[in-house]
Design a protein around this ligand. Sequence first.
Ligand code: AMP
Length: 372
Amino acid sequence: MEGGIPTLEDLEQQLDGLAGERILVRTDFNVPLDGETITDDFRIRAALPTINWLTDRGAQVVTASHLGRPKGKPTPEFSMEPVRRRLAELAPGVELRENLRFDPAEEANDDAFVKQLIEGIDGYVNDAFGASHRAHASIVGPPRYLPSAMGRLLQREVEVLQSLRDNPKRPFVAVLGGAKVSDKLGVIEALLDTVDALVIGGAMCFTFFAADGRSIGDSLFEPDQTDTCKRLLASGKEIHLPSDIVGLDAAGNVATWGARVPDGGKGLDIGPGSAAEFADVITEARTVFWNGPMGKFEDERFAAGTRTIAEAVAATKAFTVVGGGDSAAALAEFGLDDDVDHVSTGGGASLELLELGDLPGLAALRQGRNTP
Ligand code: AMP
């Protein structure tokens, strides 16, 4: 048990050995696809420690995952077939069911669907960290009926993210970027209690700029969040905002400004001065959590800020955690993903675990049939 959640060893003990047992492993095989080609198989490889541990002990492993957003209908472009082919190379003999979200019952957490999922199954393992913040049938259902456990990937994610909440080495710096403040406000507020400094880049900095009375031109911002940003700025916490911005001016040319964006301009990256300042804050920290790009990094003209931050996160001796999604993609693009301590497989799930300290999928395992 770890934090009241059964581990693979607990499951083995409870089933009296795993030889011949059929184990359903809920994985997160929601991989990026270009047509039928998997452009990054990180999520499939991330499930191998659990799958191999089970098959080494004679278990018959049946995996199941969602892929994309098929909205409850069988949709050929979201078929698991490309994943099935890759999985057959990496873990021969392991079954993979069809996309769970082809049936609306998955997202509706329908009990009849849960029973269908576990027909002929002897034990359940959740290794889908990236989906564990959703109370969907395949995540919260099986522990009600079957001996269950968390897989190795889920276990490591929980250990790392809980350690950031419970006893981070200080100074602890959180670097947040990306487009939407509203998605991340809860975690920003929760982090303010734990972190020593908060660094804000990406489009979300413009809502803070607006709250601070600075002009933002045509940059992305969320007017209904300015009051909350004002409150955060007045909290007395160390919050670093960019001191320069790179973007497109009214004529469509790339321009660099100070901490204000002129009329008709659109901010798309933090400027070189801010990137250097943020890198210094990262270098002085002993724990760093990073979520969200510093700019529109998919466009090479606005990738420099994100690249500088990624390099600082990769180079520091601090304990470094990168929270999924776009920041993980950026790290991989710059070839730096091996240089951080932990790249989370779940963007939304890592933020929610940091914010709330728990996830529906973890609670389900804790309250499952085989917990005391
Ligand atoms: P999120 O999903 O909230 O983490 O947002 C990630 C997206 O935000 C990425 O696709 C970035 O291109 C985008 N982004 C970051 N900064 C900016 C910006 N200043 N203007 C427009 N988009 C941005």
